[in-house]
Design a protein around this ligand. Structure first.
Ligand SMILES: [Zn+2]
Length: 208
C-alpha cells in the first residue's frame, strides 16, 4: 500500500454560505467548479478528501441572538447546513463537523471531528498525511483559521487560491487573511494549478 502524504480539505461549502443562504459569501458558489476539479484530481491521486462543515447547535454564543457576531446559520440538521448541491464529494469523503460547542465559534476545521468523534489532526496523523491542500469558504474566517491552525500543528499547507472566497465584512479582510496565512508559512497557489500530475492534462486555458 502506498504512502498518501497529502490530502484535500474542502472548508464549509454549505448552502448557508452560498448565495441565497443565511450568511452568504458574495459569489461563494464560484468556488464549487474549481473545488470539483481539485476533488477529482485528489481522488485520482488516491488522496483522502476531507469536507468540513459548520454544525452549530440552535443556541450558541456564535449567533447574534446570543451575543455573537453572526445571523443564525448552519444549524445541525438544517437545510442550510447541507453541502452545496453541486459539490461533488466522493462517497469516501470524511466529513469534519465543527462549531458544535455553544461557547466557541469553531472557525477552524482543526477543532472539528470525524463522524466517529476523532479530531481531524488525529485522523491526519493516523493516515500519515503531512500536507493539506485547502480551499472553500470563507477566506477571511474558516479558511484562514484552518490554515493557520494546520501550520501551527506542523503541517505543510497549500491554499488553493482559485477555490476560496471571502465574506469581506470589512473591505480588505480577504487580502489580510491571505497575508496572515502566508506569514504562517502557507503556500498560496494562484490560478488553475492542480495538486496532482494528472492535472496537467486537464488544465484549462487561463482565459476561460
Ligand atoms: Zn458558524
Amino acid at each position: 500500500m502506498c504512502i498518501v502524504p497529502s490530502a484535500l480539505l474542502v472548508v464549509d461549502v454549505q448552502k448557508d454560505f452560498c448565495p441565497g443562504g443565511a450568511l452568504a459569501v458574495p459569489d461563494g458558489d464560484r468556488v464549487v467548479p474549481a473545488l470539483n476539479r481539485y476533488i477529482a484530481d485528489a481522488v485520482a491521486s488516491g488522496w483522502a478528501v476531507y469536507a468540513s462543515r459548520d454544525w452549530h447547535p440552535p443556541v450558541t454564543g456564535h449567533f447574534q441572538a446570543y451575543g455573537g457576531q453572526w445571523p443564525v446559520h448552519c444549524v445541525q440538521g438544517s437545510d442550510g447546513a447541507r453541502f452545496h448541491p453541486d459539490l461533488q464529494l466522493p462517497l469516501a469523503a470524511i466529513v469534519i463537523s465543527k462549531g458544535q460547542a455553544p461557547d466557541r465559534p469553531g472557525y477552524s476545521a482543526l477543532e472539528g471531528v470525524t463522524p466517529d468523534g476523532r479530531l481531524l489532526l488525529d485522523d491526519l496523523r493516523d493516515r500519515g498525511i503531512d500536507h493539506l491542500y485547502i480551499g472553500g469558504l470563507a477566506t477571511d474566517y474558516c479558511v484562514r483559521a484552518s490554515v493557520v491552525d494546520a501550520r501551527r500543528a506542523g503541517l505543510h499547507v497549500t491554499v488553493l487560491g482559485d477555490a476560496i472566497a471571502g465574506v469581506e465584512v470589512n473591505p480588505g479582510d480577504s487580502a489580510r487573511a491571505l497575508q496572515e496565512m502566508a506569514e504562517a508559512g502557507a503556500r498560496l497557489l494562484t490560478g488553475p494549478v492542480r495538486p496532482s500530475p494528472e492535472s496537467a492534462a486537464a488544465r484549462r486555458a487561463p482565459a476561460d
